[in-house]
Design a protein. Structure first.
Length: 256
């Protein structure tokens, strides 16, 4: 754990992506997601964490399987086969129980798959866990958002669009509030944009309805899918993976 905390401290002191001149960020507004491109400008407070440029990511690093994505600053997200993690504690009993017991059953029934985020300086330490499953979002709900309201009818001839759902996400409590959750989300987006085996346009989550959790997902570009669940235990939120793909592909290679 000491090596991991040292690595996190080094990143907080000298964050690699922030040293770049050209930054990409996903900004959440009340009813839309905007792609903001900055040229040597400070990051607006309304934006989420800057997207790293495409050369900061290495999908399927040498010697790994295709369910792995690595970031240049040492973080790696990969399919996790060593469930359960008995020393993992995120501070929430229901999430701990899921990754200790339920995630194994979900994998056996082929309903969810679990990934782990680790750092190269402490590869034996599981810093965070996320389980994902298939999902769909109705075209009727998406029509309320500008990027889909202008989509030609011929492109929306299905009643539902394919999605991936974040079923559970947890970060080890010793290292929470240090942007590791954002690292995990970014790596997950990268994995499903560039290594997806089937069509998948949307990322969804049923987020716990408390201010801290909702702020986290909003910071990372997620929007509320509806206001009808505002008083419920969880809120349905979504992220358009096409914005991530376009951000990665629109950035020119260094020196171009």
């Amino acid at each position: 754990m000491g090596a991991l905390l040292a690595a996190i401290w080094r990143y907080e002191s000298n964050p690699l992506p922030r040293s770049r001149a050209r930054k990409l960020a996903i900004c959440s507004a009340k009813s839309r997601t905007e792609l903001i491109v900055h040229q040597n400008q400070p990051q607006p407070q309304s934006c989420g964490k800057p997207l790293s440029l495409s050369d900061d990511y290495l999908v399927t690093p040498p010697g790994s399987d295709r369910n792995t994505v690595r970031q240049a600053d040492g973080w790696c997200l990969s399919q996790f086969h060593d469930l359960p993690v008995r020393d993992f504690d995120c501070g929430y009993a229901d999430l701990n129980e899921y990754f200790l017991e339920d995630a194994i059953a979900a994998r056996a029934q082929m309903t969810c798959e679990t990934f782990a985020i680790r750092h190269d300086d402490a590869p034996e330490t599981v810093v965070g866990l996320v389980s994902v499953c298939n999902d769909v979002v109705s075209v009727k709900k998406l029509r309320m958002f500008p990027q889909f309201a202008t989509t030609p009818e011929a492109k929306l001839n299905y009643s539902e669009w394919p999605a991936v759902k974040i079923a559970r996400l947890a970060i080890r409590k010793e290292v929470q509030s240090r942007d590791i959750g954002t690292h995990l989300i970014n790596l997950l987006k990268q994995l499903f944009v560039f290594q997806n085996r089937t069509g998948c346009r949307i990322m969804t989550v049923d987020a716990y309805n408390n201010p801290r959790v909702l702020r986290f997902y909003e910071k990372n570009g997620f929007q509320f899918l509806t206001e009808k669940d505002a008083a419920k235990h969880t809120r349905s939120m979504w992220f358009d993976l096409l914005t991530w793909k376009n951000a990665q592909q629109s950035d020119p290679a260094p020196g171009v």
